[in-house]
Ligand binder design. Structure first.
Ligand code: ADP
Length: 186
């Protein structure tokens, strides 16, 4: 079995103190990443040894950005945080989480609607694999109104979303929406 060791987390394991690396997976659509997501990533990176941001490939979801674009935008937004990795995944989240050498999922929670939804997914994931643990992190008050869908709606109506998304996302959104509008005209 793989054992990760760092100086950060020390656990009592079968009567012996051991140092383990605690890895948390933050799965989501991130279409695109917002300042709300980024805040969760930054806070998680201070708690856990490594945070794996995992962009879900859900064929049922019609996303504005492709999987690759969403991964790239997150990478550009977290380039200065050392212990964050970004990757895409497909298939069951529970299986992906295990493949990363951990059983820990983190998700953000803005309000009671998020809470009910997150509780359902967390229960479903632990039904699929009872070792999976989900930890919820409350949204920062400054970002709790931000959602990817709200950002997309505002930009499509030429509104200003510069306060809601990281810089690389802002320019990518402008290009994408311009492209979308051109496609509709012709
Ligand atoms: P989903 O994975 O459900 O399609 P998202 O990709 O938008 O949704 O979000 C991924 C996770 O981040 C979810 O747990 C969601 O509740 C959380 N989240 C979304 N927006 C914010 C925000 N502004 N602040 C904190 N957490 C957020």
């Amino acid at each position: 079995e793989k054992v990760y060791k760092t100086n950060k987390h020390i656990f009592l394991c079968r009567g012996k103190w051991e140092k383990y690396m605690v890895i948390a997976v933050y799965p989501g659509s991130f279409d695109p990443i917002t300042n709300g997501h980024l805040d969760i990533i930054k806070r998680a990176a201070q708690i856990f040894d490594e945070v794996v941001v995992a962009v879900g490939n859900n064929p049922d979801k019609n996303t504005l950005f492709s999987d690759k674009e969403r991964v790239e935008l997150i990478k550009k937004s977290v380039f200065d945080i050392k212990n964050v990795a970004v990757t895409e995944y497909s298939g069951l989240t529970a299986n992906f989480v295990k493949s990363q050498g951990t059983n820990l999922i983190i998700r953000g929670t803005r309000d009671s609607r998020d809470f009910v939804f997150e509780k359902e997914i967390a229960n479903l994931n632990s039904l699929l694999d009872n070792q999976i643990e989900t930890l919820l992190i409350f949204a920062n008050k400054d970002y709790e109104l931000i959602s990817s869908s709200m950002v997309k709606e505002i930009i499509r109506f030429d509104g200003d979303v510069s306060k809601f998304v990281p810089k690389p996302v802002l320019s990518a959104l402008k290009v994408k929406v311009k492209h979308e509008k051109n496609k509709k005209i012709y």
